[in-house]
Design a protein around this ligand. Structure first.
Ligand SMILES: *[C@@H]1O[C@H](CO)[C@@H](O)[C@H](O)[C@H]1NC(C)=O
Ligand SMILES: *[C@@H]1O[C@H](CO)[C@@H](O)[C@H](O)[C@H]1NC(C)=O
Ligand SMILES: *[C@@H]1O[C@H](CO)[C@@H](O)[C@H](O)[C@H]1NC(C)=O
Ligand SMILES: *[C@@H]1O[C@H](CO)[C@@H](O)[C@H](O)[C@H]1NC(C)=O
Ligand SMILES: *[C@@H]1O[C@H](CO)[C@@H](O)[C@H](O)[C@H]1NC(C)=O
Ligand SMILES: *[C@@H]1O[C@H](CO)[C@@H](O)[C@H](O)[C@H]1NC(C)=O
Ligand SMILES: *[C@@H]1O[C@H](CO)[C@@H](O)[C@H](O)[C@H]1NC(C)=O
Ligand SMILES: *[C@@H]1O[C@H](CO)[C@@H](O)[C@H](O)[C@H]1NC(C)=O
Ligand SMILES: *[C@@H]1O[C@H](CO)[C@@H](O)[C@H](O)[C@H]1NC(C)=O
Ligand SMILES: *[C@@H]1O[C@H](CO)[C@@H](O)[C@H](O)[C@H]1NC(C)=O
Length: 479
């Protein structure tokens, strides 16, 4: 009877706490996003079995100081049901290559897999398709490479810790949901690959960014870089953000300057907005934009060059647009700083020489280039000033041969002053004719009046047409 009571009580307890009554309680070290045990949890060194099932955590085990053989043995010796294990920490494993395909029966139910503080050159093989691993910690193992498909079957992965290894690239893994990735302290990480990862996988949240570095390669436009220098992730990210947040329909390329160790890289931006049917210049430009190409658009004015965001611009290429005046250049920072200005194939009818005259080409600016070719101007005597200016700047205006007159089909540099400035002389000649004619007319008039007066005095009548004239109010004055 007494036994019966106990049995019923036990069944009730089981019913209320079906698992907890049979398994040890979890403490916070067991699953706090990932599973991580201190070396003190390792089996004692005398123990021939290298793995130990924990008493403070459910379905959890720790293996220490293992190699390929002792790991297999350890997973078999002390763990009552290895295939039930959900949390596993393997410390100080020494493997040339850790084959994930081995011991599949143990990995099958794992949610947290932690392999840290060991010597593993390479991770290969792959996990079985049915697995529930949500955190994989491979930190501090001197890992040089992870086989391409090794992590591809981790459908439930949300935390991947690859920190403190010697990886050169970011291994591939499923990125169809948010994943926290810690890839800090891998000093030879390829910057191009890191940038690509950043670019193509916004769902990756990088952990320990301040300790994440990469090694710049020449193919990535980090400008000049000091050999052996690593870049901070923050700089890679800054570069990426700059390129991503470019003006709509434009592409930005960043080139870093000043990669002195310990200093944040500064970026200069080269912006390309060619072939976009823009009607106006883009405003504002990203910070530190030094070069802008807006060729093949329908831009009519360059007045935006005086915008503050244009102040660092040194190269401006606006070929094949509908710009009609260089006047907005006047007084801009650009006109005093630029090294390239290209305005070929635009709609200039005049080039304001008083603006062009302000461009310095001497001393610091002898590399300055200004391209104005394939514009056809309305030429007249004033265009001679432009010719004079052009002739004095030939080395800075590489396409001077292609600046022509619309009305004359002649190159500006071939304009002939004696022909161009002839029409004003014709005009003065014409004036002379008029004056001569007027003088002759006046003389004739005086002669006629004198004759009339003489006839009137001598013959007493007025000759024609004076005798036909009506009497005017002033006539009484004569009478
Ligand atoms: C790591 O394991 C090896 C044996 O595999 C052992 O000789 C070494 O002392 C262990 N290191 C630490 C820090 O426990
Ligand atoms: C990993 O182990 C699996 C099964 O044990 C085997 O088929 C595979 O060839 C191994 N891979 C490597 C790279 O050793
Ligand atoms: C992964 O293991 C490393 C090394 O033992 C440890 O410092 C780190 O905190 C672990 N990461 C997580 C997310 O638990
Ligand atoms: C793994 O993910 C699937 C869906 O992707 C989900 O149904 C399942 O519950 C997850 N398993 C664990 C252990 O979180
Ligand atoms: C780490 O990686 C670099 C570059 O791949 C290599 O030169 C170096 O020998 C590696 N170091 C170790 C300890 O494997
Ligand atoms: C880095 O990756 C890029 C692109 O994948 C590759 O072209 C380049 O050779 C790599 N650099 C190094 C040092 O491995
Ligand atoms: C990372 O560095 C930045 C700037 O140096 C600092 O503001 C930030 O607090 C750091 N973050 C962490 C987590 O240390
Ligand atoms: C960018 O291009 C798209 C498609 O060509 C166009 O619809 C949009 O108006 C453009 N945006 C700007 C700012 O020009
Ligand atoms: C713009 O179009 C021209 C001619 O179609 C082409 O040569 C040039 O490469 C294009 N530029 C850009 C930046 O797409
Ligand atoms: C730009 O100019 C071209 C040719 O003059 C014209 O075909 C095109 O429609 C214009 N585009 C816009 C957006 O005005």
């Amino acid at each position: 009877m007494k036994n019966m009571h106990w049995l019923i009580l036990s069944i009730c307890l089981l019913y209320i706490h079906p698992t907890k009554s049979l398994l040890p309680p979890d403490d916070s070290s067991c699953s706090n996003q990932c599973f991580h045990q201190l070396p003190s949890e390792c089996p004692s060194p005398e123990n021939p079995c290298r793995c130990r099932q924990l008493t403070n955590c459910q379905k959890a085990a720790v293996c220490c100081n293992v190699n390929r053989f002792t790991l297999k043995e350890g997973l078999a010796c002390d763990i009552t049901a290895a295939s039930q294990i959900q949390s596993l920490h393997i410390r100080n494993a020494s493997f040339d290559s850790f084959n994930l395909s081995a011991n599949q029966n143990v990995w099958r139910n794992l949610r947290y897999m932690t392999i840290t503080d060991g010597h593993i050159k390479k991770i290969d093989g792959e996990f079985a398709k049915q697995n529930s691993i949500s955190c994989l910690n491979l930190s501090s193992n001197h890992i040089n490479s992870i086989e391409d498909r090794a992590l591809n079957t981790l459908f439930n992965l949300s935390f991947l810790d690859l920190s403190h290894n010697n990886l050169t690239d970011v291994p591939s893994f499923r990125k169809d949901h948010t994943i926290f990735l810690d890839i800090s302290n891998n000093m030879y990480l390829n910057c191009s690959i890191l940038t690509n990862t950043l670019q193509s996988h916004p769902e990756i949240a990088f952990v320990n960014e301040n300790q994440t570095f990469c090694y710049p390669t020449k193919d990535l436009d980090f400008g000049w870089f000091q050999s052996q220098a690593t870049l901070a992730f923050s700089q890679v990210k800054a570069k990426y953000e700059l390129e991503k947040n470019c003006h709509q329909n434009c592409s930005c390329k960043t080139v870093s300057v000043n990669l002195a160790p310990g200093k944040m890289a500064m970026f200069e931006v080269e912006m390309n907005c060619a072939n976009m049917s823009f009607l106006n210049l883009p405003v504002p430009l990203p910070d530190n934009t030094v070069s802008l190409d807006v060729s093949n658009n329908n831009i009519t004015s360059i007045k935006e060059l005086s915008e503050p965001s244009y102040q660092n611009l040194r190269s401006f290429i606006a070929d094949n647009n509908k710009i009609s005046s260089v006047q907005p250049l006047e007084g801009t920072k650009f006109i005093s700083h630029f090294n390239t200005l290209s305005l070929q194939r635009n709609k200039f009818k005049f080039l304001e020489t008083y603006v062009l005259d302000n461009i310095q080409f001497e001393r610091n600016f002898n590399q300055r280039k200004l391209r104005l070719g394939y514009n056809t101007l309305q030429c007249d005597c004033n265009t001679m000033k432009l010719k004079v200016w052009l002739l004095s700047k030939l080395s800075h205006i590489p396409d001077y041969n292609h600046i022509k007159c619309d009305n004359l089909n002649v190159r500006i540099i071939d304009l002939d002053a004696s022909k161009m400035c002839q029409s004003p002389q014709d005009w003065t000649d014409y004036i002379y004719y008029i004056i001569t004619a007027e003088v002759l007319l006046l003389v004739g008039l005086i002669a006629k009046v004198s004759y009339d007066y003489w006839v009137f005095k001598t013959a007493g009548y007025l000759p024609w047409p004076a005798n036909r004239m009506p009497r005017l109010p002033c006539d009484w004055l004569c009478e």
